[in-house]
Design a protein around this ligand. Sequence first.
Ligand SMILES: [Zn+2]
Length: 325
Amino acid sequence: MKIIRTVLGDIPNREMGITDAHDHIIRSGGPEVWRDSSFLMDDTDAAKREFRKFLEAGGKTMICMDPIGCGRNVVKMLEAAEEFRDMGNIVMTTGFQKGSNYCPNTSFLATVDADRIAEMMILEITEGMDLHSYNGPVVERTKAKAGVIKAGTSYRVITRLEQKALKVAAITQKETGCAISMHTDFGTMAVEILDILKEYGAGLEKVVLCHMQRNPDRYYYERILDAGATICFDEPNKPQYRPDIEIAENIKWLIERGYQKQIVLGMDGGRREALGAYMGETGLANGLEYLLTRFVPLLRKIGISDEAIDCVLVKNPSEVFAINV
Ligand SMILES: [Zn+2]
């Protein structure tokens, strides 16, 4: 049986529905926030309002990609998920962001053996996530289990620390059957990521490469997809990187070449101004519903079929994020 591991429990994968495959609604701190306060998203009520807009636009499931050491907040996410118990699903993440978020000398990622770290990640998936996100010596498991493994790499470089996180991710995937979702920096190093994961025994059919729209090289996409991985196009409404139409045209091109089953979509809101509900009185901004209210209609307008859109929004996430139990 195939299930999706949400924070409120397992659901049959066919109940996953329209899925945002990479997003953030609560981030309570961490190195990204220290560097740039617009990364702080620590308001449970705002997160609920944001998630509600996504549901009202037709969404059902959101994969929330905040890993260990980057402001993950299990209690607040659980509170948000509970409010929408019969309406929508939230999936949370174990694992790591890219290496610049961890001390290369003294973080537990640096000092503890990869096999032991993998054991810790496996427990987050099979028993429950640590209330403190392994930030300290006290571990208190919550009832909420992680449903996705994260790892990350740097721009044009995979540091030693990141190679170790990839090894941890591969071991954790082998033990749990859980998908690995990768932060790529500007879409670089995807080929090398897949090589390393494969070397450590990961199944590439359960690997999602995020942020690939920032490196809009169609032949590079083909190479990655031919290796069996899934690409997540996850930043509509961020024209400082790529305009929506360019992302949409690349998705169309890939669908026409038969890669329809290896594409998923997300928003990767990431910062307060990407989540309209967080702006409050400060100003007007689009939120995560933009994926469904603005980007999907654009896909239709350029001639992508409803069947293909259903595939990337519903069918593909329900396969790649499924765990066999
Ligand atoms: Zn993200």
